[in-house]
Design a protein around this ligand. Structure first.
Ligand SMILES: Nc1ncnc2c1ncn2[C@@H]1O[C@H](COP(=O)(O)OP(=O)(O)O)[C@@H](O)[C@H]1O
Ligand SMILES: [Mg+2]
Length: 247
């Protein structure tokens, strides 16, 4: 694995397992993500992407295995991990009883972010939802809630952001804007880890990727590597998953 030697590991997972009763949601996954990557965790619904992200962000304790994220052990110090990274959980919504701006103030307080008002204003402007700053979160559309979740994850400029299905509630114009932001964010030396079942997005913006199926890791590779072999991610993905289904 020459990639492992060349780059500094910002995510290193070793044999992660998560069991929910009889269901093995994540089955012995080892993963290495280097600094500066925009890494995509790909897989059909139910393949274990969300469970994986929850373990990597200290939200869910692995049944076995271990992982370090920005050098912090996710089992020994889950709070330390959450302090250092940005997280956008899947289908999470901001607190219903706060307005957009109150929520961002709250995040600023918890994370100890200086000049949070100024930073929040930049995001209201950039994601075009300044008109929603004083609206209660319960009255926001799904798309606007996603904008707010996006903002809270990047407000403190984390070295690593983990985003579960980043673009799912955005319209095409906003998707384009967010994709540009993400690719720019890694160019300045940060790292982004996204999960998605939308392969087109991964092919467009990701550097490295991993394919999960039924909790198992089927493949890790680079988008550049696929292109060199004239392969398309969707064909590659489908053939791997079908082979795994039919033996
Ligand atoms: N809290 C839970 N309790 C029981 N089963 C769960 C729980 N969370 C996830 N699972 C199961 O684990 C598997 C992987 O789920 P998930 O990580 O959400 O997949 P994905 O994000 O790829 O759609 C699924 O079979 C799902 O039903
Ligand atoms: Mg999921």
């Amino acid at each position: 694995m020459s990639r492992m030697e060349k780059t500094e590991g910002i995510i290193e997972a070793r044999g992660l397992v998560k069991q929910f009763g009889d269901v093995t949601a994540v089955n012995n996954i080892s993963l290495f993500v280097g600094k500066g990557e925009l890494f995509g965790l790909l897989g059909p619904n139910g393949s274990g992407k969300t469970t994986m992200i929850k373990m990597l962000t200290g939200q869910l304790r692995p049944t076995s295995g271990s992982a370090t994220v920005i050098g912090v052990d996710v089992v020994k110090d889950p709070v330390g991990v959450r302090e250092r990274v940005g997280i956008i959980p899947e289908q999470e919504t901001p607190p219903s009883f706060l307005t957009s701006v109150e929520y961002l103030d709250f995040v600023g307080e918890v994370r100890g972010i200086p000049d949070v008002q100024k930073k929040a204003d930049w995001w209201f402007d950039f994601l075009e939802f300044s008109d929603k700053r004083d609206v209660l979160c319960k009255d926001l559309s799904r798309g606007t809630r996603q904008k707010l979740m996006f903002t809270q994850a990047f407000l403190h400029k984390p070295a690593l952001a983990l985003i579960d299905e980043p673009l799912i509630n955005f319209d095409p114009i906003m998707q384009h804007k967010v994709k540009e932001y993400l690719t720019g964010y890694v160019k300045s030396g940060n790292t982004i880890f996204i999960s998605t079942h939308i392969l087109g997005i991964a092919e467009e913006i990701c550097s490295g990727f991993a394919i999960l199926h039924k909790g198992k890791l089927l493949h890790t590779g680079t988008v550049a590597g696929l292109k060199e072999n004239n392969q398309h991610l969707d064909d590659f993905f489908l053939s791997l998953v079908r082979k795994d289904d039919h033996g």
